[in-house]
Write a protein that binds this ligand. Structure first.
Ligand SMILES: Nc1ncnc2c1ncn2[C@@H]1O[C@H](COP(=O)(O)OP(=O)(O)OP(=O)(O)O)[C@@H](O)[C@H]1O
Ligand SMILES: [Mg+2]
Length: 372
């Protein structure tokens, strides 16, 4: 089978690592010639994944296409699907998720618990909603890695909002953020990974370490799994879906957002689970039976972000020391240039003991630095 991936970042790279186990011919479309996925695929095409003609030409001779980022030309995917190219997930599912306004309306229409929201188009309009604060303002399209999200606690912060179509959602009193990855095969059968628990860097607002399975009680686990399954089923498409959830102080579970693709919150499944999220997506695309999502051991991951105030050719300081630790696995994404906060790689740690996981995660965060 000839399968294309739209986007050539680290998610595409790890997807290609898993593809090497199967007889699949891989194609990548991405505008950056030197991207993380460029050297691991059979065929690389340089081009803009947002351009109709580029995506159509790239896909028209392939059997199937998948994405590693949502900002793709969906009209081209519609045309390809009509001509018989299989798209994972369906263009309709990507269209719902790509725009945060449509995504929130989808949750509401399907009675999926999500924080209350309203839609704004300008800052002027936003300023009328003082009664709705504290809230979170999210740009409809074009945001990524926290860049399209502003927390607005009081009216003086309205100016931080977006002067573009956006959602204003009620601030959830978050106790814990977790993510559940759901796999849906071509027959509609599902498999679900245990939730991962995320911990964030308060300054960069980027995920910076996580443990899995998440430390939540059984009731929260059931709710999270039921909600994630409901999201995936309501999208009515085969594929892999990562559902980000909030657990609030009262132990209610709310959907934050969904990614219709392999996801950061599933990096640890490469070593930590019997079948990884990447392996699962290939099983779905190649129409093989779904794999075993159970954990082999609990895992933590640390994101390796470019150190503040270093830009240029990346140097990995402390790598040897980290590799000496038992059950530590380093993933460097092959990005030549580092920048403050840029995602350059991640490290997975496996251990039966959560305290050990967190101890080692902190050690790795301190010792392994990406400078230039
Ligand atoms: N309604 C909310 N209440 C409390 N905190 C929120 C809310 N919405 C978002 N946040 C916080 O902001 C973070 C980023 O929000 P979100 O996940 O919507 O955007 P993102 O992941 O940066 O966007 P993208 O998917 O475009 O990369 C969340 O992980 C959470 O910590
Ligand atoms: Mg998010």
């Amino acid at each position: 089978m000839k399968v294309g991936i739209l986007g050539g970042g680290q998610l595409g790279r790890m997807l290609l690592q898993a593809a090497a186990n199967y007889t699949v011919e891989t194609y990548v479309l991405e505008s950056d010639l030197d991207c993380p996925a460029a050297h691991l695929c059979h065929h690389f095409t340089k081009g803009d994944i947002r351009d109709f003609e580029t995506v159509y030409q790239f896909g028209k001779n392939l059997d199937a296409l998948t994405i590693e980022i949502e900002s793709v030309n969906i009209d081209a995917l519609d045309k390809l699907a009509a001509e018989g190219v299989k798209i994972y997930p369906s263009p309709a599912a990507i269209r719902i998720i790509k725009n945060k306004i449509i995504q929130k309306e989808f949750y509401k229409n399907n009675e999926i618990p999500t924080s209350n929201f309203l839609i704004t188009n300008t800052i002027e309009e936003l300023q009328k909603h003082e009664y709705f604060l504290p809230a979170v303002h999210k740009i409809g399209e074009g945001g990524y890695d926290g860049k399209g999200v502003q927390i607005i606690k009081e009216p003086s912060e309205f100016s931080k909002g977006f002067n573009a179509p956006a959602v204003l959602e009620k601030m959830v009193n978050v106790e814990k953020e977790i993510a559940v990855i759901v796999c849906v095969n071509q027959k509609g059968e599902t498999a679900i990974f245990p939730p991962a628990e995320m911990l964030f860097d308060p300054i960069l607002n980027l995920l910076d370490y996580q443990v899995s399975p998440a430390r939540v009680n059984e009731k929260v686990l059931w709710k999270a799994e039921a909600i994630a399954l409901k999201v995936a089923k309501s999208l009515q498409s085969p594929g892999l879906f990562a559902v980000e959830l909030f657990v609030d102080q009262e132990q209610n579970v709310w959907v934050n957002e969904t990614a219709p693709r392999v996801h950061n919150s599933g990096h640890h499944t490469i070593e930590g689970n019997f079948s990884s999220q990447y392996d699962m997506l290939w099983r779905i695309i190649l129409n093989y039976p779904l794999g075993n999502t159970k954990p082999i051991l609990p895992a933590a991951i640390v994101n390796l972000l470019g150190a503040p105030s270093y830009s240029g050719n990346a140097i990995y300081e402390g790598l040897e020391e980290i590799l000496k630790i038992e059950n530590v696995f380093v993933h460097l994404y092959g990005k030549k240039e580092t920048k403050p906060g840029r995602k350059m790689g991640h490290v997975t740690i496996l251990s039966n003991d959560y305290q050990e996981l967190i101890f080692q995660a902190n050690k790795i965060k301190q010792k392994l630095r990406i400078i230039s």
